[in-house]
Design a protein around this ligand. Structure first.
Ligand code: ZN
Length: 136
């Protein structure tokens, strides 16, 4: 779970609270953190969605906190994996992600049999949040 920082130090993946506009706590955002120089990089796979979330909050957000692990499937997987392994291990993340995909596919079968188009759309977008995030 390591990445090289521009300072030459090792960056490790962790879940952090990002504070937006000094008012809104966005909890459990996957971030690469450098223990050497303290630099934080939002995990590339969720960067765009964090940006969208912040865009929706606007310039004058109401104070509060947002559990990002419930907004974004990938953050949810990392949050679950971090309860199972500390520090985060790629094998645990991969297994947790596979389990979540299977769970969503099961739900998709149910949604399809119920012909619930709204639910199907929601499940498809959750599945797409998980695709393409290989960490190994
Ligand atoms: Zn650094």
């Amino acid at each position: 779970m390591l990445k090289r920082c521009s300072c030459g130090g090792d960056m490790s993946l962790m879940l952090r609270t990002v504070i937006f506009a000094k008012k809104v706590n966005i909890n459990n955002v996957p971030v690469y953190n450098c223990s050497f120089c303290g630099r934080n990089d939002v995990f590339p796979g969720v960067k765009e969605d964090v940006g969208k979330l912040v865009g929706k909050l606007g310039n004058q957000p109401a104070p509060g906190s947002i559990p990002f692990d419930q907004v974004h499937e990938w953050a949810g997987v990392l949050s679950k994996a971090s309860n199972l392994s500390d520090p985060l291990q790629a094998s645990v993340i991969t297994r947790t992600a596979e389990e979540r995909v299977n769970q969503l596919l099961d739900l998709l079968l149910i949604a399809t049999s119920l012909q619930d188009e709204e639910w199907k759309k929601e499940l498809h977008s959750r599945l797409s949040q998980l695709s393409g995030h290989n960490v190994s």
